[in-house]
Design a protein around this ligand. Structure first.
Ligand code: 5GP
Ligand code: MG
Length: 179
């Protein structure tokens, strides 16, 4: 059984503040054509980030957005190490500069795999953006180009992130503790 930490690890206001900073970092460094977001965990982060970016971009109407699914977890807090990617059929990436957005880089396996896949499909450039980064958990050499917060090795939920499909709609990010 798990229970939520007594206080949020990252409060909603702090997420929004960091998000604006992140949007500035991205728009200064990378003129992308399309955002590709990994469902389901990144859905809230992507909605907020894409609007923060649109506020400061010169031609926001030209930016595309698309979603894929990648799963390796199931109803567990441990990565299986295998990544299933779906939703690639309609994705047109040839010659495009892609901003790949995910909720969290943990082992790094998911993003490493998806970047590889996009380059094979003809993307001109792929840069990655995660809200959360668990550096200590890396099992492959992967570094996100843009990261919101470095967090310790604990399982987190809220702001789109789930445990067995629960907790996603919470506005703050919480640590899940074993009890
Ligand atoms: P990786 O492939 O980097 O190990 O894992 C990436 C995926 O695992 C993330 O997109 C996320 O869905 C899931 N994940 C990793 N750590 C956590 C965590 O602390 N909480 C939740 N809810 N999901 C996580
Ligand atoms: Mg995910």
């Amino acid at each position: 059984m798990y229970k939520m930490s007594p206080k949020p690890l990252i409060a909603a206001e702090n997420i929004q503040t960091r998000l604006n900073g992140l949007a500035h970092e991205i728009s200064t460094a990378f003129d992308f054509d399309i955002i590709v977001s990994i469902l389901t965990g990144a859905y809230i982060f992507t909605a907020d980030l894409s609007r923060a970016l649109a506020k400061i971009q010169s031609e926001p109407q030209q930016k595309e957005i698309a979603f894929i699914k990648a799963s390796s977890y199931g109803a567990s807090t441990q990565s299986s190490g295998k990544v299933k990617i779906s939703g690639l059929e309609k994705l047109e990436l040839q010659g495009k500069r892609v901003l790949l957005v995910d909720d969290i880089a943990d082992t790094g396996i998911t993003l490493q795999r998806v970047v590889q896949e996009f380059l094979q499909r003809g993307a001109k450039e792929v840069r990655t953006c995660v809200l959360l980064n668990k550096q200590d958990r890396r099992t492959v050499s992967f570094a996100a180009d843009f990261a919101g917060f470095d967090i310790p090795d604990s399982f987190v939920v809220g702001y789109g992130l789930d445990y067995a499909e629960q907790y996603r709609t919470l506005p703050d990010i919480w640590t899940l503790e074993e009890q």
